[in-house]
Design a protein around this ligand. Structure first.
Ligand SMILES: Nc1ncnc2c1ncn2[C@@H]1O[C@H](COP(=O)(O)OP(=O)(O)OP(=O)(O)O)[C@@H](O)[C@H]1O
Length: 357
């Protein structure tokens, strides 16, 4: 299995500020990494450089130790052993499914080619579909064929550029699971570009969040969600509750906030004044008992699996969101107590990212 190493990637289009500004990313062999970031922050630019369609201004791309792009090196896209699954599949409309899948298998003899196509169709759950034409497939089936086509030549790396965008939400989760299973079965290293936080967290082994042309944080989905590098990352990968806090005595992993004393994941180093970050599911609505943090519910949004209550709390400038798993016990206008569960992360300052897009 082959790893992907991107080092110090820089790319500007014309005289404007660089879109990629020293981007580093390592994806271990066999892992699926999701590259997540706001629109216009350079995700596709990075993917196009890795694919070899664009040359970087500086930096390097290596797969399995083989430099594909770098100072004095540029391997042509077709010689990179990199498979690509574009947005909306982009199958050749005039070729049958089997011929689409076989497209990258020139030089392979007929019998081996046929066997490989059958194996790939089986892998993506579409055995027996070889004679169909692309227009006879659903959108989800087309995306799976696009993956089969990308995997057929046994690439070392597979790049997926927002491949589920055109699918409706019901189909999306199923196709996503199938694609993930197929990638796992082949052991290919893969990079999935997406701007969908849920997709990144639920699909990938690693999530890399791009900001200002660099990786703001790269880690497991759990790390990025529960231990975000800063409030911006936290807000980008999920709903966040951010309140001012004063850290307790040096070395203590607790802070005083308007939501009460909050346990921290680690004792803060540096200034005692800072920001305490929680997820809405770490807050609980309680009966408004004396001595407890209290507030007024101003809004309730129902999502089916849970609901979000917005609560204004004395001492806080902005209301906080509380995720409620079952029926919401308070209507808008009602009083409620609030309790914090679990540990918060501590952040010394708010990051204000350069505007993207
Ligand atoms: N060929 C080009 N010439 C000039 N500017 C470009 C070119 N391609 C992209 N850009 C600009 O570079 C920036 C990054 O674009 P890119 O497509 O890499 O972003 P992205 O993160 O993939 O966005 P999205 O999520 O919307 O697809 C954008 O401001 C875009 O307008």
């Amino acid at each position: 299995m082959t790893d992907l190493q991107i080092k110090g990637l820089v790319k500007a289009y014309g005289p404007e500020a660089a879109v990629l500004d020293g981007l580093d990313l390592t994806v271990p062999g066999g892992a699926l990494a999701a590259v997540l970031g706001p629109s216009g922050c350079g995700k596709t630019t990075m993917l196009r450089i890795v694919a070899g369609f664009l040359r970087p201004d500086a930096g390097s791309v290596a797969v399995g130790g083989r430099v594909l792009s770098g100072p004095g090196a540029h391997i042509a896209p077709e010689r990179r052993r990199v498979g690509i699954v574009p947005q909306e599949g982009a199958l050749f409309p005039h070729l049958s499914v089997a011929r689409n899948v076989a497209y990258g298998l020139s030089g392979v003899d007929r019998t081996a080619r046929r066997a490989r196509v059958e194996k790939m169709l089986e892998l993506v759950g579409l055995a027996g579909y070889g004679e169909r034409m692309p227009h006879e497939l659903s959108g989800g089936q087309q995306q799976r064929i696009a993956l089969a086509r990308a995997l057929a030549p046994e690439p070392q790396l597979v790049l997926l550029d927002e491949p589920f965008n055109a699918l409706d939400s019901a189909l999306r989760a199923g196709v996503r699971d199938d694609v993930r299973a197929a990638l796992r079965a082949t052991g290919a290293t893969a990079v999935l570009v997406t701007h969908d936080q849920q997709e990144a967290l639920s699909t990938a082994d690693l999530v890399a969040v791009v900001r200002d042309g660099r990786i703001a944080q790269c880690g497991t989905p759990e790390d990025v969600y529960h231990r975000p590098a800063d409030p911006w990352v936290a807000g980008f990968v999920g709903d966040a509750v951010l309140v001012s806090g004063t850290a307790d005595a040096a070395g203590a992993a607790t802070a005083a906030t308007a939501l009460g004393r909050v346990p921290l994941a680690a004792a803060p180093a540096g200034p005692r004044e800072g920001l305490v970050l929680l997820r809405p599911e770490q807050l609980r609505l309680t009966d408004a008992a004396p001595g407890e943090t209290c507030g007024t519910v101003t809004d309730v949004r129902f999502y089916g699996h849970d609901a979000m209550a917005t609560v204004t709390v004395e001492g806080l400038d902005a209301p906080v969101d509380v995720r409620v798993p079952g029926p919401v016990p308070v209507r808008p206008g009602g009083r409620t107590g609030i309790q914090v569960t679990g540990e918060a992360t501590w952040h010394p300052a708010v990051v204000s990212p350069r505007a993207c897009g």
